[in-house]
Design a protein around this ligand. Structure first.
Ligand SMILES: O=C(O)CCC(=O)C(=O)O
Length: 365
């Protein structure tokens, strides 16, 4: 692949925000049709007018021995994957202490001086490191966030020297946290396989098994924004990989999920992870499960930090609908494609990260 650099100098959103500007540069102003319809106002904790929320699953019912509770919880997961593409889980067995400390350590990283963070500045060929934009289109309209992106799995891509050296506890913590979250991902894949009527290890095997699957972490930092009604922390997108396990900010909401014509602001339950189906599980499930668009709105008074673990199939395996889910009435909606091919396709010709799904005419975009 040709080495590419950014088309123009990178501006860190945090630097802009901390400079005390009262209006945002034009580069961050979204076209009217994409602006948040219900941004967070200074006097409201959340932007939801009604009490609609993504489904909540108590995983204790899935781990516990009560068959009736387990069946009911499996059913809830199934409905969530079909109707929302999103759900949140509590009692997931990842240590709350670890969740809190990893969030604090990343906050500390973003609060380090710019010169220190710039050592990790990323490039568009891999995006690994400290970044502030996606895509290399000159003059593109940008999102209001900075981030740090790193590979955890497969082990061949894990390079700890590219991870922040400060705070000193961070590298160990990333390992410990990622191990736990990947384990949770395996459990959730098992539940989805069972719910789809497949062998319980079907999805994990289709991802390349424990040694083949990919896991990468994107830590999002959304600085305070003086005009949250004009921009977005992250533009509307679906995730290209398999599944995302998100640790949202503990005190600031911002994630919005598409539900029909509406955007629902997720009310996050303290201590929960938010799980969403991404494009490759939509393909494997032959569109029984939905990879749903989501976006992030920003806040005038508070910065926000989230950790998104992207749980992906091995990059060179062919991904296609499970044979058991292809019938005369429901033919295969997608042709086989590796995750590598899919990523290349959406980077080059695909519209907004939904290329393969658009082709099959089942797109939600
Ligand atoms: O920050 C969030 O709540 C969502 C992050 C997200 O969608 C992403 O990193 O792709």
């Amino acid at each position: 692949m040709l080495f590419q650099d950014w088309p123009e100098p990178i501006t860190r959103v945090q630097t802009l925000s901390e400079s005390g500007i009262t209006s945002i540069p034009e580069r961050y102003i979204k076209p009217e049709s994409q602006r948040p319809t219900n941004p967070i106002s200074p006097n409201k904790a959340s932007s939801n007018d009604e009490d609609i929320n993504i489904p909540l699953i108590d995983m204790e019912h899935l781990y516990g021995g009560d068959e009736r509770l387990r069946e009911a919880a499996l059913h809830r997961v199934s409905e969530a994957c079909r109707e929302w593409g999103f759900f949140q889980v509590v009692n997931h067995r990842v240590s709350h202490e670890l969740m809190k400390s990893v969030r604090e350590a990343w906050r500390e990283f973003f609060n380090h001086p710019l010169e220190f963070k710039e050592v990790y500045a990323n490039k568009p060929d891999t995006y690994e490191g400290y970044g502030s934009r996606l895509g290399v289109k000159k003059g593109a309209i940008l999102d209001w966030n900075d981030f740090f992106f790193l590979h955890y799995k497969p082990c061949s891509l894990r390079d700890q020297s590219k991870w922040p050296s400060l705070p000193t506890s961070l590298r160990n913590m990333i390992n410990e946290y990622s191990e736990e979250v990947v384990k949770l991902g395996g459990t959730i894949l098992e539940l989805m396989s069972i719910n789809l009527g497949l062998n319980e290890d079907y999805l994990l095997n289709a991802f390349g098994g424990e040694s083949g699957l990919g896991a990468c972490l994107r830590v999002n930092f959304y600085p305070k924004c003086p005009q949250p009604d004009l921009t977005l922390g992250l533009s509307s997108h679906s995730d290209p990989g398999g599944m995302t396990i998100l640790l949202p900010d503990d005190s600031v909401s911002g994630l919005q999920v598409r539900k029909g014509e509406d955007w629902i602001t997720v009310n996050h339950v303290p201590g929960a992870f938010i799980i969403n189906i991404a494009d490759q599980i939509q393909v494997m499930s032959n569109a029984i499960y939905k990879s749903v668009e989501h976006r992030v709105i920003v806040n005038p008074n508070k910065e926000r930090l989230s950790l998104a673990m992207f749980y992906n199939p091995k990059s060179d395996l062919l991904i296609q609908p499970a044979k058991e889910l292809v019938t005369k009435d429901r033919p295969a909606l997608y042709s086989p494609m590796t995750f590598d091919e899919y990523r290349l396709y959406i980077r080059t010709v695909g519209p907004n990260g939904k290329a393969q799904l658009v082709e099959s005419s089942t797109s939600q975009k």
